[in-house]
Design a protein around this ligand. Structure first.
Ligand SMILES: Nc1ncnc2c1ncn2[C@@H]1O[C@H](COP(=O)(O)OP(=O)(O)O)[C@@H](O)[C@H]1O
Ligand SMILES: CC(C)(COP(=O)(O)O)[C@@H](O)C(=O)NCCC(=O)O
Ligand SMILES: [K+]
Length: 274
């Protein structure tokens, strides 16, 4: 599984791909060093079929590997690097797993204790990456499509967690499943009045204040169990939520470390030598 060193081209280049429910998250590594990250939309079957034909790095389609990033990779005809894949979207996984350069990461590779078989690989990798970086006990909050809490104790044993609809999903489900509520943008330019007098602000208020209160409640409960634990927040809505937590519950926000690349740290831990 380890990326091989090859003579005559830049050493140990590998790609990490995390497939989430909203988008694909990519990282370019040289050995242990993370040199670049970017996000793309999910791919059609056509693009992944094209990918399976690629022989060299340069053959990678621009939808996957934007031209602006190519200079970091070295010679044009460098062999195709391995792509280490962690996915929580089975339909997308199926498009990739036959690809000759793809290695799918599974829960068995992650040394966390007490994992249950259906635990999301993203949650396990992010928790492992955070714990190996800042130490255990550890709680990870992933503000992605779903918002998740995932915690482990000092023995690197999964304590458990929680899953709820993320910020975007809360807005879209109200917009889609009701007769007269609009589908609002996830961006909230400022905190609305809690008791609002129009529909837009009433939706924003309901979603943002309950999310912030929920995060506060989970963080407080975790800290009662593990007062010495670090807590790290990741995911596409991390900045928005942390900004509003700073306003609403500054004492809670002060405990949170923000780090978007936890899953890539987790992948690096399990696939490279130290
Ligand atoms: N450019 C973007 N595209 C999609 N979602 C985004 C973007 N920027 C911020 N977001 C927010 O990120 C959330 C998705 O988080 P992300 O971590 O990308 O999800 P996942 O890992 O589940 O694919 C959405 O709720 C959305 O509000
Ligand atoms: C909870 C998730 C949907 C989060 O996915 P994401 O929002 O990051 O795309 C994913 O981790 C998943 O499908 N988990 C499986 C169930 C579990 O972890 O218990
Ligand atoms: K995720």
């Amino acid at each position: 599984m380890k990326p091989q060193r090859r003579r005559g081209h830049r050493e140990n280049i590998w790609l990490a791909l995390e497939i989430g429910n909203s988008r694909l998250h990519w990282a370019l590594f040289t050995g242990q060093t993370l040199s670049d990250t970017w996000d793309t939309d999910p791919f059609s079957e056509y693009i992944t079929q094209q990918l399976a034909q690629c022989q060299t790095f340069n053959d990678l389609p621009p939808e996957i590997f934007p031209p602006s990033r190519r200079r970091k990779v070295g010679e044009k005809n460098s062999p195709h690097p391995p792509i280490f894949l962690a996915s929580v979207v089975p339909q997308q996984t199926a498009l990739w797993e036959t690809h000759p350069h793809v290695r799918v990461i599974t829960l068995e590779q992650i040394p966390l204790l007490n994992m249950y078989p259906t635990l999301g690989i993203d949650r396990a990798l992010a928790l492992w990456g955070a714990g190996k970086t800042w130490g255990f006990p550890m709680l990870v909050i992933d503000a992605g499509t779903a918002l998740t809490f995932t915690g482990a104790d000092a023995k690197k044993s999964l304590v458990g967690g929680a899953i709820l609809p993320g910020l975007g999903l809360q807005f879209s489900s109200l917009g889609e499943k009701t007769g007269q509520l609009p589908h609002l943008e996830t961006e909230i330019s400022s905190l609305p009045p809690r008791f609002a007098l129009n529909t837009t602000e009433a939706i924003q208020s309901g979603i943002i204040y309950t999310l912030l209160a929920g995060i506060k409640d989970f963080v407080t409960a975790w800290e009662q169990l593990f007062p010495e634990s670090k807590i790290v927040i990741k995911g596409g809505d991390r900045i928005l939520l942390l900004n509003y937590l700073q306003i609403q519950f500054p004492e809670i926000a002060a405990h949170l470390i923000m780090e978007p690349n936890l899953i890539f740290w987790g992948m690096r831990e399990i696939i490279t030598d130290h």
